[in-house]
Design a protein around this ligand. Structure first.
Ligand code: TYD
Length: 192
């Protein structure tokens, strides 16, 4: 299981999809999926939390993302010969809902059902640059919030041993770096 995290505009979706394609091109089975999902709860979140901000209660938002995550995990096939690539996971809840004031230990408790990924890539970028790359904005996409989100992400990276990737580099350079880390991790795991 490989997770991509990062603030909006960090390029994580691009890199997650490229990684899936490169692994598939090598004859491996890689699946790509994202949160919020395209399922009922994910669509509800996009509409009522992100687009029109109808639901603002931070704890309710944490619970909605966790509910979406649970359905996401149930929809994914976990097997030794499939590499599951997740575009966002519970670290997004910690970083975003944490930045909006929800206690981090509460977010972690609610998400304790989530498995520990084998690898997490944090696409790191200055939020000002990240926002410039976006052509649309949603509720969490303002600079003050994103500065806090980034700070929490960087703390999580230290705590959970995530790979912090400089997201200002070229798409190709980043992709090669990520591929190198994935290959190294796979060969270490095989050697065990
Ligand atoms: P994003 O990756 O931007 O999806 P899309 O490109 O399809 O709009 O995610 C949407 C927003 O949801 C983003 O601002 C981060 C936020 N989010 C949370 O606040 N908490 C979470 O747990 C997750 C998964 C996402």
């Amino acid at each position: 299981m490989i997770v991509f995290e990062g603030i909006d505009g960090s390029g994580k979706t691009t890199q997650a999809k490229i990684l899936a394609r490169r692994l598939n091109n090598q004859g491996l089975k890689a699946s790509y999926s994202k949160e919020p999902t395209e399922g009922v709860i994910g669509r509800f979140i996009r509409q009522e939390v992100l687009a029109n901000g109808q639901i603002t209660d931070p704890r309710a938002v944490v619970l909605l993302y966790a509910a979406d995550r649970s359905t996401h995990l149930n929809s994914v096939v976990f097997s030794d010969d499939v590499i599951n690539i997740f575009d966002r996971f519970y670290y997004s809840s910690v970083a975003y809902q944490g930045a909006l004031g929800v206690p981090i230990d509460y977010i972690l408790r609610v998400n304790s059902f989530a498995p520990k990924p084998d690898l997490v890539f944090l696409m790191d970028i200055d939020p000002t640059l990240g926002l410039k790359r976006l052509n649309r904005f949603d509720r969490f996409e303002n600079i003050e919030t994103l500065i806090k989100v980034r700070e929490i992400y960087l703390n999580l990276a230290k705590q959970y041993g995530m790979f912090v990737i400089d997201a200002t580099k070229s798409v190709e350079e980043i992709s090669n770096k990520i591929m190198g880390i994935v290959e190294e991790t796979r060969s270490v795991a095989k050697g065990r």
